[in-house]
Write a protein that binds this ligand. Structure first.
Ligand code: C2E
Ligand code: MG
Ligand code: MG
Ligand code: MG
Length: 290
């Protein structure tokens, strides 16, 4: 646990302790240990996906976001923020990302085959390194093909940082995926660099208002102003918009008043195993859930 904490401190770049030799050694050791553990996790099925619903203004489920979970045999549940960065740095993200996409698409295909109540969208997070890998488009096409998942219901979540470098390649690649029917969401929107002229050129379908603006939206006028600006921007560009991290009815109502009609957050459901979501979807039939 101490190793992981140290590792996290280093990664966030906040802890100057890291510059002292012994601690530096600790950090390197912790990272190596984490990497070894992580390779093992991939081999031994310790990874799985949780699903969090996103809903419309009636609270009806429109889709789900697949969120990676690692149940470590000793450390328990390790949150993604603690291992995704390592996976990126070591290149393991390629294998990991493929596994996530494959698993989520299998699930999506199953839902769409199984019942009309389960024909929802699936959002999958894609890291910059994964997206930039030359085989990415081919891999997505193959996964769609082999799983039979409906491309029109797959949404890839990208972050603004991806757009910083080599924009032309990114846009070309996005267009190729768009041709397959896949949609794109810009995740954590508002936290990174974004140029308006540039957003206009991307084949996006959805902006996700970052949860950091939602958290204090009722008390912080700046956060409220930013959220409102994102909603207006989405409208102007003809995109859908969803607020992340909605935890209270007051936050939802405030966002609703500003013109946001889609939500994701603990208020509407925490990320959980697939049957938790399926129960709610099936409950639609009788109107007893959801
Ligand atoms: P994200 O894509 O922005 O996902 C939303 C995060 O907010 C999730 O954290 C979710 O559990 C959390 N969340 C949802 N509703 C609420 C709420 O009402 N309040 C609060 N406080 N939090 C809420 P999680 O699952 O820990 O994932 C963190 C990040 O890790 C994700 O942020 C995403 O960037 C990354 N991640 C997760 N799974 C994957 C994956 O399969 N591949 C990649 N590349 N990244 C992933
Ligand atoms: Mg996301
Ligand atoms: Mg987000
Ligand atoms: Mg985030």
């Amino acid at each position: 646990q101490a190793d992981l904490a140290m590792y996290r401190a280093k990664d966030s770049g906040r802890n100057t302790l890291c510059f002292f030799e012994p601690e530096m050694h600790q950090v390197v050791k912790a990272r190596a240990a984490l990497e070894a553990d992580f390779r093992k996790a991939l081999r031994e099925d310790q990874l799985h996906l949780h699903y969090q619903p996103h809903v419309d203004d009636q609270g009806h489920i429109l889709g789900a976001e697949a969120l990676l979970r690692w149940s470590h045999p000793e450390r328990g549940m390790v949150p993604p923020m603690e291992f995704i960065a390592v996976a990126e740095q070591t290149g393991l993200i390629i294998k990991l990302g493929r596994w996530v996409l494959q698993t989520a698409c299998q699930q999506l295909a199953l839902w769409h085959r199984e019942s009309q109540w389960m024909r929802i969208n699936m959002a999958v997070n894609v890291s910059a390194k994964q997206f930039r890998h030359p085989d990415f488009v081919r891999e997505v096409a193959e996964i769609l093909q082999s799983t039979g998942a409906p491309a029109q219901h797959l949404v890839l979540e990208l972050t603004e940082s991806l757009l910083l470098e080599d924009t032309e390649t990114v846009i070309t690649r996005m267009n190729a995926l768009r041709e397959l029917g896949v949609g794109f969401a810009l995740d954590d929107f508002g936290t990174g660099y974004s140029s308006l002229s540039y957003l206009k050129r991307l084949p996006l379908s959805l902006l996700k208002i970052d949860q950091s603006f939602v958290r204090d939206i009722l008390v912080d006028a700046n956060d409220a102003a930013i959220a409102e600006m994102i909603i207006t921007l989405a409208k102007t560009l003809g995109l859908e918009v969803i607020a992340e991290g909605v935890e209270t009815p007051e936050q939802r109502d405030f966002l609703l008043e500003m013109g946001c009609h889609q939500f994701q957050g603990y208020l509407f459901g925490r990320p959980g195993p697939v049957d938790q979501l399926e129960k709610r979807l099936v409950g639609r039939r009788t109107g007893t859930h959801n």
